[in-house]
Design a protein around this ligand. Structure first.
Ligand code: PHB
Length: 387
């Protein structure tokens, strides 16, 4: 007995001296997320989702315990490289999990690639991350901005809308989701009469709403999220515009926001890769576990994306028996995994982005109720990715 123990201790000491990890060491996970600002609730939901899956596995992935490091990125692209390097260089994390804001995520992906650190993108849709910036160590468990934007195109055209005005924050997420909508709507015969923007994270919408009233399009298509989405939906409703010009959006407009939006959001139609009322046993089990773990809170799309990052990591770690230093095998196993997500099963494209159903949802009470699959198994075109 003593012998065995001593030998294990010796092996540990040797490994430590050589700077290599052993199965007894914890895997270091770095969360780079917004814990303040307009996206604060989104960051919290991602972390909750990730930790729920780990708890369901008895606190371990691939048989190893995890140690968490956290940075509040404030959704501030100007501080993104420095924040990423805190986790990479100072904390020496094994994997990065983040983030919400596309501009911050592009800097994070660059830092991850530069240091060959595996990255799980748990929200930010920046098309470039699974486009020109793609890499074998970069995985997204959320969406590309193009995906939910594109999916609304055929839906809106089928409702008879011929003209649209788009409105969003002027940065990658908004611009790319609107671009996706342009592509889907124009292909289906629609025409965009004007693209309106304001700087992130501003919420002074009045002059833009006045402009929409004078342009009189058949519909409006919007991307806002978090605190900004709450204010936009309320202002649109208060302006009375909704009576003549219906508002549509990507699902971020109404996900995790319905309690605060109240009456203003009722009936809104959005497209997203998750919905309430999917009714599958997998989703129901996830939702019950989430609300039990987190004070009766209902999960949203952000919680699902965090949960699935942990599931994906588990698939990779199982393939290498917890030896995360076997990067090539760890990553290859994840690239080939099928994830049994609450949203429905999905696989990853060669570029590392989910190939997934995009749902049409409608707000009813506190739910984004699933109406139908708007586009099944939608794959991002991954323009510019050489993988
Ligand atoms: C993004 O910046 O990519 C982003 C942020 C919030 C969302 C969706 C996308 O809800």
């Amino acid at each position: 007995m003593h012998h065995v123990l001593n030998r294990a201790l010796l092996a540990g000491a040797l490994a430590l001296a050589a700077g290599t990890a052993t199965a007894a060491d914890k895997i270091k996970v770095g969360f780079m997320l917004p814990y303040s600002g307009t996206y604060a609730a989104l960051g919290a939901a991602i972390e909750n989702g990730f930790k729920l899956y780990v708890a369901e596995q008895g606190g371990k992935l691939g048989g190893r315990e995890l140690e968490y490091f956290k940075v509040d990125d404030e959704s501030n692209p100007a501080k993104a490289s420095e924040n990423a390097n805190r986790l990479i260089k100072r904390d020496q994390v094994d994997v990065l999990v983040g983030t919400v804001h596309s501009g911050v995520a592009m800097a994070l992906a660059k830092a991850a690639k530069g240091s060959d650190t595996t990255l799980f993108v748990t929200n930010a849709g920046a098309d470039a991350i699974t486009g020109p910036m793609c890499g074998t160590g970069i995985f997204r468990t959320s969406f590309s901005n193009w995906q939910p934007g594109y999916a609304m195109g055929p839906v809106a055209a089928a409702k008879g809308h011929k003209t649209a005005v788009t409105i969003t924050w002027k940065y990658a997420a908004g611009e790319e989701q609107m671009k996706g909508f342009h592509e889907g709507f124009e292909k289906a015969g629609g025409k965009i009469v004007k693209d309106l923007t304001l700087p992130f994270p501003n919420v002074e919408f009045q002059s833009l709403l006045t402009e929409i009233a004078s342009l009189k399009p058949d519909m409006v298509f919007a991307f806002f999220a978090g605190g900004g989405a709450v204010k936009f939906v309320q202002d649109y409703h208060a302006s009375g515009l909704g009576k003549t010009i219906p508002l549509y959006g990507t699902g971020f407009l109404t996900d995790g926001t319905l309690k605060a939006q109240g009456d203003a959001a009722q009936g809104l139609l959005t497209t997203l890769h998750y919905a309430d009322g999917l009714g599958t046993p997998r989703d129901q089990a996830f939702r019950a576990a989430y609300s039990k773990a987190y004070d009766n809170m209902q999960p949203d799309v952000y919680a699902v994306q965090g949960y699935d990052a942990a599931q994906l990591m588990q698939a990779g770690l199982q393939a290498v028996q917890g030896n995360i230093d076997d990067k090539a095998k760890f990553r290859a196993a994840m690239r080939g995994a099928t994830i049994d997500s609450p949203r429905g099963k999905f696989t990853l494209s060669a570029a590392g982005n989910p190939v997934q159903d995009i749902y049409l949802r409608q707000v009813a009470g506190l739910e984004n109720k699933m109406i139908e699959v708007a586009v099944p198994k939608l794959a991002d075109p991954a323009r510019g990715c050489k993988l």
